[in-house]
Design a protein around this ligand. Structure first.
Ligand code: DC
Length: 224
């Protein structure tokens, strides 16, 4: 038993968490990883790292060959959330994420991360559908665009950064549309994913629900 009262892991235990920006999926993924003693990969950072490199070198965001080459050389150990989390990088990441060459390279690195014992928690847009379709637990975390924009707005204000709610809401809607309508691996709920709508939930309530599902998935796996 771990300190979190979870049974010991017999083999790779994979939790896949998908959902739109500011849905709370990142916080849930981090907390589940801690509770189950698993490494965590925020796959959004891998797309952000490619975008940040293109921006830093003043390269075009529609150069798929260059973006794919950068993607093939991304080091997962070097992803710095503080450096990659700004709004401009997120927008650019969503644009380069439509490119099959970029996705192919990043998905390979993400699968490699997930394949190591004792398993992992990964969050993103296509984890349950493409990266880890055999995950032990799949969650799709969602919330209304207004609630997500309010969260982002309050987060920026609390950090003393400038923020404009209508602009954030409009950008979120555009990003959702781009992420959900691209041809290669669009953001969507896997048919066997559990839906967690956090619109009217605080993060603690959402975490307790997710942890309950994860404990059940782990118990089912231990019986196999
Ligand atoms: O989760 P995030 O905001 O850091 O993600 C940034 C962008 O990266 C997102 O708008 C779309 C892309 N992305 C993706 O296409 N697939 C993933 N698994 C994760 C992120």
């Amino acid at each position: 038993m771990t300190t979190d009262q979870t049974p010991s892991l017999k083999s790779n235990f994979i939790i896949a968490i998908d959902g739109p920006a500011a849905s709370g999926k990142g916080t849930l993924a981090r907390r589940l990883a801690r509770a189950f003693n698993l490494p965590h990969l925020d796959t959004g950072l891998t797309y952000r790292a490619v975008a940040a490199e293109l921006l830093a070198q003043n390269l075009a965001l529609d150069d798929e060959a260059m973006a794919s080459e950068i993607a093939a050389n991304i080091e997962l150990g070097n992803l710095d959330k503080d450096i990659l989390s700004d709004h401009k990088t997120g927008e650019a990441a969503s644009k380069i994420a439509v490119m099959p060459g970029v996705r192919k390279a990043l998905v390979e690195a993400q699968r490699n991360f997930a394949s190591k014992a004792p398993g992992a928690v990964l969050d993103g847009r296509d984890i349950g559908t493409v990266v880890c379709p055999d995950a032990d637990l799949k969650l799709f975390v969602s919330a209304s665009p207004e609630v997500r924009a309010k969260r982002r707005h309050e987060e920026l204000i609390s950090k003393g950064k400038p923020s404009d709610y209508p602009e954030i809401l409009s950008d979120l809607r555009i990003r959702d549309e781009r992420d959900a309508s691209r041809t290669d691996s669009p953001m969507k709920k896997a048919c066997d994913a559990l839906l967690l709508d956090t619109s009217k939930m605080d993060i603690e309530t959402a975490f307790l629900a997710a942890k309950k599902w994860a404990n059940a998935a782990l118990a089912a796996k231990s019986k196999d």
